[in-house]
Design a protein around this ligand. Structure first.
Ligand SMILES: *[C@@H]1O[C@H](CO)[C@@H](O)[C@H](O)[C@H]1NC(C)=O
Ligand SMILES: *[C@@H]1O[C@H](CO)[C@@H](O)[C@H](O)[C@H]1NC(C)=O
Length: 321
């Protein structure tokens, strides 16, 4: 009876996770003293769920390579709603494996309002802020490298943060500074849209900001003789003939890896990307120059993040599939 009770409590304890942020007060104080206050990495508008990570009285240093978790469009650092499930499952799992808040970092970008998803772009404001978050975590932990676990739009935002350089955004132009690729150990991209999204083709490329041709998810409207209707068909032989979002194209052709080890994960049943992840004959979630990939048969877009903590951990720590 005693053992049964323990088992039930354990299971219950895991499923009703009450992971709480925000950034530790030690990290918050450090950010204040180092001119990062204006970036609001804490995001107290989400109470304890807007961010995570930092040293405490008992955890005074990062002994493992820190991991930065970067969420997708309309999600949040930790769970703020049934749709915005954050990184709770991943952070919980990494902590059962010995990681601590001194080594696990996340901040929220934009907001969790799904109705505003169409307004998000890879813009100067968000990219600059996230780049500063990466720089802050590196400087604060004193670690030579960090690893990154990213989901959905967090994949392409993260790749640009790492590549640095000029952003010609819909909100203006900016320069993120030099590439920090050599400071990234493992980069994991889950369900990203590295070659755009087929549902951004045709008129949607003009209607929704997130689909725009400059710094959005425009996949290209045609490929040779094929019209946009063929974008998601696996058999369409496109071979790089389509012109797609300029920022995405530049990131691909820059031909530099986003870390020492790069891995891609996606699901053929992704309900947001659709078409089995295919965009003009290629899996759009395959980060260029990946060292390996894990493909799921039946996970949704959000489940590809929520239900794969074990694989995320495996890739970050073993650096192989
Ligand atoms: C892109 O941004 C850079 C850096 O701010 C700027 O010098 C350049 O003129 C911009 N290019 C375009 C096409 O807007
Ligand atoms: C990505 O860039 C490589 C060259 O670095 C090119 O061969 C390939 O066609 C590009 N893929 C896409 C989808 O643009």
């Amino acid at each position: 009876m005693f053992y049964i009770c323990i088992a039930i409590l354990t299971v219950f304890g895991q499923t009703s996770s009450s992971l709480t942020g925000p950034l530790s007060s030690d990290f918050q104080n450090w950010l204040k003293s180092n001119q990062y206050s204006s970036y609001d990495f804490v995001r107290s508008d989400y109470g304890t769920k807007g961010s995570y990570g930092g040293f405490t009285k008992t955890l005074t240093k990062a002994t493992k390579t820190p991991v930065i978790f970067l969420h997708g469009n309309s999600d949040s650092a930790l769970k703020t709603s049934s749709l915005s499930t954050g990184w709770d499952n991943s952070i919980d799992y990494f902590e059962t494996k010995g990681y601590t808040s001194a080594e696990l970092y996340a901040t929220s970008w934009q907001d969790n309002i799904a109705a505003k998803a169409g307004t998000r772009t890879h813009n100067c404001k968000d990219l600059t802020r996230l780049r500063k978050f990466f720089e802050a975590v590196l400087a604060y932990t004193g670690s030579a490298k960090v690893s990154v676990v990213s989901h959905s739009m967090g994949v392409t935002l993260g790749r640009k943060v790492i590549k640095g350089g000029v952003v010609n955004g819909t909100d203006g132009n900016c320069d993120l500074g030099p590439s920090i690729t050599e400071k990234i150990d493992v980069f994991v991209g889950i369900a990203g849209a590295n070659y755009g999204l087929c549902n951004c083709a045709g008129t949607f490329g003009l209607l929704a900001a997130t689909c725009n041709k400059k710094n959005g998810f425009w996949p290209g409207d045609a490929c040779g003789a094929y019209t946009s209707t063929f974008c998601g068909r696996a058999a369409t032989p496109c071979n790089g003939l389509s012109t797609y979002s300029r920022l995405l194209d530049e990131m691909n052709t820059s031909n530099n890896k986003d870390g020492s080890y790069v891995f891609s994960m996606w699901s053929k049943a992704d309900d947001l990307i659709g078409n089995g992840d295919i965009v003009w004959g290629r899996p759009t979630s395959l980060v260029p120059l990946s060292d390996g990939k894990i493909i799921y048969e039946s996970l949704t877009h959000m489940q590809s993040k929520e239900n794969t903590a074990v694989d995320q951990y495996k890739l970050v720590t073993s650096k192989k599939v």
